[in-house]
Design a protein around this ligand. Structure first.
Ligand code: C2E
Ligand code: CA
Ligand code: CA
Length: 693
């Protein structure tokens, strides 16, 4: 082969250099060193100081190499505009000579940190075989490792790294093949409430069923894929698979608990995850509550705008976000304050719980749990392997756990079997851990004030109003706008906040938002309490059962910076205005009273053992005789099952019932509960006086 030389440097170019090196390797396959040099920011040299300067530097370097070639057994190549490579019998003194001299040459041309030469080297020993192209790639890899540091301008790639790289490169085509041939699936690892070990949800963990039939653990391929970016493909693939399973569960009316998927930092950097997840929900028609997202803590360290943005976007879609691997070393407790997530996964495997450091470990866990609870962040302990660990965690106030002590990751079918037994399953997951009356009490305390508002007429009434919070007095204004204006006029709203407040509570503004389906208005304002202004967050939201016939939305006010309102199901919030709220399993008639207004004097529960009996008692004791027939038809179990089997529109009827000593008109409504599934058709039955509407 005739060797072509670069006209400026007189050195062989890439292809010819590699050819020459291979030729040498054919004679003797080890005992060589390859050193590659790249001049950092070389392209700026020409741009800033002109082509002449650039060419002079290249020529100086080439002259130095020519000198070496004449003296020693050495091959040199000009690989890229800014890159030279040298191949010579392994000799560290020679390597140092080259490093030192060329650094000096570059410095003479431009003494600036900007144009630093960076070297990557590889020594080829006896027990390792590699071709010229491999060697060159190793040196380039070494350069890439050195670029980030200012301490040294040379980096040696060693055999360990080379082997790893080799394995990784060999792995990737297999991964690609595996993905095309459906070799990837996921296992589910349940997570549990610690009090009784019942399951609240599961995490999807990828598994690779290789061609040889063995199951390969993610630890063997995820890190490499995270490095080369391939992970985004795999993650999308797994997310889709998870959605398919969720869709199947939903379609077959199987019991459903949320499943979380892992989201890598690369995913966030390289694709529009918000859009991807929005599309998945739509494509598979899955309620957002069933898909949860685990983002690893390390994704947060750099505090990049992109992750904040993504997080916000995902939350806007309604996703619950779990911070994965909290405690893996990078986290500071302070970071918790800035995080918008819902759940923290605290990984026991990252904590040093050895005997001598046990107390310290406990302290760390304790502070994480208490800090998290202050900002209403649930904690799941992960990697819980022993009974002792689980007892210690419970004692420290942790309520949820995932780990071998409870369940190992398992195939999907096995998980499904597990859920079939009602005893294994917690009825409510993390968000609805507070149930029934206690939950409502919490809610009531949480908000200073809650009003239902009709955005078309401005009518309003208060569902909740904290005693110390009456910032309006005198005659009750007719509309919410007048109410707000009067509270501004009386000086109860800080003057600086008045205009913004008025605008956001204006009916026209809200109607416009309603039509664009983005109703969720937040505004922080100062309200006078006990003679000083305090920050409150006003929030307007649209209840789940909003309809144009019954266009009621909610205005809420709460002390600012408490964040839990986002997690509240507005429907539950409205229980307070109901006379009666029941949760009923429409199949077996089991029921639970979530709320009842004692003032209504309904006394029908005492001896009812099933919902049917309760309905019959209610009919004979309270319902106006003319309405009984319609009521009977309306509450017929089969009819209810049929109705919700076909869709999730709530059922409504009006009827008269005996309240204390007179008949009043009320609205009876049956709707699917959040827990509704075909296998367990749980509905909510609510009774609301019409004068409250
Ligand atoms: P991770 O997200 O922290 O997942 C939990 C890992 O801990 C799982 O390992 C699980 O099997 C293991 N584990 C659970 N309980 C215990 C326990 O009590 N003791 C011990 N020693 N280990 C326990 P797995 O399935 O091998 O996954 C390893 C890692 O691979 C995961 O760690 C996650 O970072 C990554 N990974 C798994 N699936 C995916 C995926 O679909 N996408 C992405 N991006 N990463 C994934
Ligand atoms: Ca995870
Ligand atoms: Ca984890």
């Amino acid at each position: 082969m005739k060797i072509q030389r670069d006209s400026l440097t007189g050195l062989p170019q890439r292809r010819d250099y590699l050819y020459l090196v291979n030729e040498r390797l054919n004679q003797k396959h080890a005992g060589f060193c390859m050193l590659t040099m790249k001049i950092d920011h070389f392209n700026y040299l020409g741009k800033w100081y002109g082509r002449v300067e650039e060419e002079r530097l290249l020529a100086d370097i080439a002259a130095f190499f020519q000198e070496l070639i004449n003296k020693y057994e050495i091959i040199t190549g000009y690989m890229e505009p800014d890159t030279f490579s040298v191949f010579f019998p392994a000799d560290l003194a020679m390597a140092e000579n080259i490093r030192h001299s060329t650094t000096q040459i570059v410095k003479n041309a431009r003494d600036s940190e900007v144009f630093r030469p960076i070297f990557g080297g590889f020594i080829l020993r006896d027990n390792f075989s590699a071709g010229a192209a491999d060697l060159f790639e190793y040196t380039i890899n070494a350069i890439n490792q050195a670029v980030g540091t200012l301490k040294t301008n040379i980096f040696w790639f060693d055999e360990g790294l080379a082997r790893q790289m080799l394995e990784e490169t060999e792995l990737m085509p297999k991964v690609a093949y595996g993905m095309e041939n459906g070799q990837f699936t996921f296992y589910l690892q349940p997570r549990c409430q610690m009090s009784d070990g019942r399951i609240i949800g599961a995490e999807a963990l990828v598994r690779w069923l290789s061609s040889t039939g063995e199951i390969i653990s993610p630890e063997e391929f995820i890190p490499a894929m995270e490095k080369n970016g391939y992970i985004t493909q795999l993650d999308k693939y797994i997310w889709e698979k998870v959605c398919q399973v969720l869709q199947r569960w939903q379609k077959h009316g199987m019991r459903m608990l949320p499943v979380s998927v892992n989201v890598s930092r690369r995913d966030i950097q390289e694709m529009d995850v918000v859009q991807v997840f929005a599309q998945l929900l739509e494509k598979y028609n899955i309620p957002v509550d069933f898909l949860e997202l685990e983002i690893t803590e390390t994704a947060y360290i750099h505090n990049e705008a992109s992750i904040r943005e993504t997080e916000q976007g995902l939350r806007r879609l309604g996703f619950k976000i779990l911070i994965d691997d909290f405690g893996s070393g990078y986290s500071s407790l302070n970071m918790l304050k800035d995080i918008q997530a819902d759940v923290l996964k605290l990984d026991m495997r990252f904590l040093d719980m050895s005997r001598e450091n046990f107390d310290k470990g406990c302290n760390i866990i304790n502070s994480i749990i208490s800090m998290a609870s202050q900002i209403d962040l649930a904690v799941i302990a992960e990697g819980v392997e022993t009974l002792e660990q689980s007892e210690m965690l419970s004692a420290l106030g942790c309520s949820f756990a995932q780990g071998y002590h409870y369940y190992r990751p398992m195939p999907i079918a096995e998980y499904e079997l597990l859920l079939e037994d009602e005893n294994n399953v917690a009825l409510s997951g993390i968000t609805n851990r507070k149930s029934g009356a206690a939950y409502l009490r919490d809610l009531a305390q949480y908000f200073a004030m809650v009003a239902e508002v009709n955005p078309f007429t401005g009518e309003y009434h208060f569902i909740q109003c904290d005693d110390g919070f009456r910032f309006s007095s005198g005659v009750r204004p007719d509309t919410i706008t007048e109410y707000i204006e009067s509270s501004i006029e009386s000086g109860n709203v800080h003057p600086d906040d008045a205009a913004g407040y008025l605008r956001r509570t204006g009916m026209a503004f809200i109607r416009e938002k309603l039509l664009s389906r983005t109703l969720r208005i937040l505004y922080d304002l100062r309200i006078k309490r006990q003679n000083s202004y305090q920050w409150y967050t006003f929030e307007c939201m649209q209840p789940k059962n909003f309809s144009l016939e019954e266009p009621w939305i909610l205005f809420t006010w709460k002390q600012a910076h408490a964040d839990a309102s986002r997690r509240i199901d507005s429907l539950t919030l409205m229980h307070r205005m109901f006379v009666l709220v029941l949760k009923v399993n429409a199949r077996n008639g089991n029921f639970e009273i979530l709320h009842r207004d004692r003032a209504a004097g309904l006394d029908i529960y005492r001896n009812s053992v099933s919902a049917a009996e309760l309905a019959a008692n209610f009919k004979s004791h309270y319902i106006y005789p003319d309405d009984r027939k319609a009521y009977e038809a309306f509450t017929d179990r089969q009819a209810v099952l049929r109705h919700f089997g076909a869709g999730d529109e709530p059922m409504r009827m009006k009827l008269r019932y005996l309240r204390r000593d007179k008949y009043v008109l009320c609205r009876l409504e049956i709707s699917r509960s959040i827990e509704y599934s075909g296998g367990r058709p749980v509905v909510l039955v609510t009774l609301m006086d019409c004068h409250a509407l």
